[in-house]
Design a protein around this ligand. Sequence first.
Ligand code: SF4
Ligand code: SF4
Ligand code: FES
Length: 250
Amino acid sequence: MANRKSVIIKIRRQQTPEAEPHWEEFSLPWKPGMNVISSLMEIAENPVTRDSKQTTPITYDSNCLEEVCGSCAMLINGKARMACSALIDKLDQPVLLEPLSKFPIIRDLSVDRRVLFENLKRVKAWVPIDGTYDLGSGPRMTMHQQEAAYPLSRCISCCCCMEVCPQFNEHTNFVGAAAISQVRLFNTHPTGAALKRERLTALMGDGGIHECGYAQNCVEICPKDIPLTRSIAEVGGAVMKQAIGDLFRR
Ligand code: SF4
Ligand code: SF4
Ligand code: FES
């Protein structure tokens, strides 16, 4: 553990998607309440490495700084988590910062997480409404329905569940736990359920729910405690039911 008056941070850097990665080490004065993002901001003010070499500010994504936007996910001491809520005092030093490993690198700690948004489109994770005219209020949801939907609606699209999933890789095309959980959310919404059949069909094809090996890494890493394995089990059951029904309708 470094001296409490200083914080040592080692960052994996990569200037372009094609460049070779390398490590740079920084020493910052300790301040109360520091987190990984505030440390990166401090480095940006004075980008000089621990061995006194002038360098460039670190590229990373962040926005809300309160674990709501999901943009600051990275590997911190080897674990996928949100940088804005990672308190320096709770981390072993040197603090190792790396980009998520399963997404294309843009630069340094910034990665392209487009695949999640493409997967959400693939499963039609939205409530289908025509926004060109006033439809009036939608159907009311019972308290029970609201309580079931709320935990699922907390997803911040951080991609941590995909990073740790052994099935999310270039060979499987697996849609991932976040998109499956959003299928559960929108299929139980009174208006969203209009697309239920199409969502379940999307999960039957290439990279669909059958790819899940039920390793449960996703539910353990999710920063919003979303019941992902429950979603996978429920949506898996609905996909199976629809597939069997379709077989008999032929
Ligand atoms: S249960 Fe395992 S295989 Fe399935 S989505 Fe979660 S981490 Fe991936
Ligand atoms: S389900 Fe959890 S881990 Fe996955 S993207 Fe949403 S918030 Fe992140
Ligand atoms: S900056 Fe928004 S979640 Fe970390």
